[in-house]
Design a protein around this ligand. Structure first.
Ligand code: 6GU
Length: 226
């Protein structure tokens, strides 16, 4: 898989790709991530990429020309399955979307800034818009990092234990059951007895019960989709 990220602050988003699972995925060549500075496609020598909105409002809007030039250059080099715009006024990211995107070959992620981007970009160039939740961030970079992390860890071969993504919260529509490790007792607080029993059918039952119980309590909205 190849991901191209377009941003006015590419340095802001690079760090998450230099650690842990995502770094390993890149080192193993399971994913390529390329960063593009929108300023390299500015309309003048001063690096202009934004302007005041028509209709008179405060703030600045990212112009269509630099974005179009950057996307067109990338598209001249390969075909893209999706051109994604990170914006709070969009459908929210969920595990289903991450699963679907993890199967794509090439995607572009455009990070918004300021008051957003000229709407013609959204109408004509963007194929999918994603928010990471109902709150506003200063720009799309951190949201793009979240999206990339959620996608990359699902690419086959990225997680050491192939089954471990399957037991994630949300993968089956439920929150994950609680987990414990040694010691079996700490300051009189015990790990649930059943987990030490070695009776795996019973343990699986217990995990399903706990997953359902936690989902009912913490995220009852998830059960409506079952
Ligand atoms: Cl994708 N962008 C921004 N700026 N804020 C957000 C977001 C995205 N998702 C949630 N809040």
């Amino acid at each position: 898989m190849r991901i191209d990220i377009i941003s006015v602050l590419p340095d802001l988003i690079k760090s998450p790709f230099q650690h842990s699972i995502i770094k390993r995925a890149i080192d193993k060549k399971l994913v390529e991530v390329h960063f593009h500075n929108l300023r390299d496609y500015a309309i003048n020598d001063y690096g202009k990429i934004d302007d005041a909105p028509y209709g008179g409002e405060s703030g600045m809007v990212m112009m269509i020309e630099p974005i179009d030039k950057c996307i067109s250059k990338l598209q001249s080099e390969r075909n893209y399955d999706e051109i994604i715009y990170m914006t709070p006024d969009a459908e929210t990211l969920n595990q289903q979307t991450a699963n679907t995107l993890s199967l794509k070959e090439n995607i572009i992620i455009l990070c918004g800034h300021y008051k957003g981007i000229d709407h013609r970009v959204r109408d004509l160039l963007i194929t999918k818009e994603i928010s990471i939740g109902d709150y506003v961030l200063s720009g799309g970079e951190l949201a793009a990092a979240v999206l990339c992390d959620s996608i990359i860890r699902l690419i086959p071969g990225v997680l050491g234990n192939e089954t471990s993504a399957l037991s994630d919260s949300f993968q089956d529509g439920l929150l994950a059951p609680p987990v414990y490790t040694r010691p079996a007792e700490y300051k009189n607080i015990k790990v649930p007895e059943i987990l030490l029993s070695g009776n795996f059918p019973k343990i699986d039952n217990w995990k399903s019960e706990k997953a359902l119980e936690r989902t009912k309590r913490i995220r009852p909205d998830l059960l409506k989709n079952q």
